[in-house]
Write a protein that binds this ligand. Structure first.
Ligand code: RBZ
Ligand code: NIO
Length: 355
């Protein structure tokens, strides 16, 4: 199916369910709108699922879909580790031994490591091998990938979400693992937001100050060499992007198409969310901001999306860790939404609300 055909299938939220969810919140025996963003998160779920009866949805079966991919630009020394670490961490994820895996286990969340374009095949049986190409080319010298490959990677992300949906998942959490992927993220942020590279580039997984200066220089070179057209998302993605970013774009589009919420993680994930929103503005209603990455452009990307994140904890780890942290907010929100007595049930006279 063509990308445009997928995008056409995305419909707005169910407004009746949204209104009914607010009416329900406002009937509960507590200060009006007292749970702030948590109330909004539950209302968004109602609009997405098309029902205010959220208690009837037995199990959301949340899942972190981790897009694993390698970046040719790592050859320029833009990350403090080598590309072999991508595959190693994906294998560790197979054994449930990575940050997001340990956090997810705590919350009863499934984790699926997807190899969308590492340099090597994943060996662990839990890894979904869906390789579009074995790593991107070095964008400091040539386009990271072709436009066709970028589209194929987006479609691969859509297909991953479809498969998870068929397995019963009703909440998708985006995650990524790809050594060097903050470099394409910053390159894309600079182009798409029209910012100076130095403003949108950070230390990633832990670069030194000298390393950061070098990374900025490499990104400048990549943009100079490729001349991406900022008005054409696929051009920017294919020239200075990455396969994991493309895969996550697919997750946002696929989730919106199937009417399931898709949680945005950190900087890399929000660059993808921004691209998805540009390609399909309706998809934004299905996205959930979770935390604001401490990478310099983390907040800028959320601002560009017109979103604020409920959690600001200085996190900058990736893998979906920020989004999994925010999943706990749903647990509180839904516990109250489904369990708190109404004013009448709580024997409290409903006061006049100032809505
Ligand atoms: C052991 C390890 C585990 C990780 N888990 C997430 N990242 C994060 O760091 C990488 C991006 O940073 P940069 O662009 O500086 O390479 C990505 O893989 C991201 O998911 C990790 C990085 C490392 C080294
Ligand atoms: O915010 C992120 O997504 C991030 C930042 C640094 C390293 N990995 C991921």
């Amino acid at each position: 199916m063509e990308l445009d055909n997928y995008i056409e299938q995305i419909k707005p939220l169910d407004e009746d369910a949204v209104n009914a969810a607010w009416t329900h919140w406002d009937s509960l025996c507590k200060p009006l709108r007292g749970m702030g963003r948590l109330e909004e998160m539950a209302v968004q779920l109602a609009g997405i699922y098309g029902t205010a009866k959220l208690g009837e949805i037995a199990d959301l079966k949340p899942v972190v879909a981790i897009m694993g991919a390698d970046n040719g630009v790592v050859a320029e020394g833009v990350s403090q580790t080598g590309s072999e670490v991508t595959a190693q961490v994906l294998e560790n994820m197979g054994d449930r031994k990575s940050s997001v895996c340990i956090m997810s286990k705590q919350m009863g969340i499934e984790v699926i490591p997807v190899n969308i374009g590492m340099f090597v095949d994943g060996k662990h049986p839990r890894i979904w091998n869906r390789v579009v190409r074995y790593g991107t080319a070095n964008m400091a010298k040539e386009p990271a990938m072709t436009r066709e490959e970028a589209v194929k990677a987006i479609e691969t992300g859509i297909q991953v979400v479809k498969d998870l949906y068929e397995a019963g998942c009703r909440m998708i959490i985006t995650g990524e693992m790809g050594i060097g992927n903050t470099t394409p993220s910053s390159a894309m942020a600079a182009v798409l937001l029209d910012k100076d590279v130095a403003e949108v580039t950070g230390r990633g997984a832990g670069l030194s100050s000298a390393g950061l200066e070098h990374k900025i220089e490499v990104i400048r070179r990549a943009i100079e060499v490729n001349q991406p057209d900022k008005n054409d998302i696929l051009d920017v993605l294919s020239k200075v992007g990455s396969l994991d970013i493309a895969g996550m774009i697919g997750c946002y589009l696929g989730g919106a198409m199937l009417r399931v919420p898709v949680l945005i993680d950190g900087f890399i994930s929000s660059v993808s969310a921004y691209c998805a929103a540009q390609l399909a503005p309706e998809s934004k209603a299905y996205m959930v901001p979770t935390h604001c990455s401490a990478e310099p452009a983390g907040r800028m990307m959320l601002d560009a999306l017109g979103m604020t994140a409920p959690i600001q904890a200085g996190m900058h780890l990736g893998e979906g860790t920020g989004a999994v942290t925010a999943y706990s907010l749903y647990q509180y929100a839904l516990a109250l939404y489904n369990g708190l007595p109404s004013f009448a049930e709580g024997n409290v006279e409903e006061y006049t609300h100032q809505k």
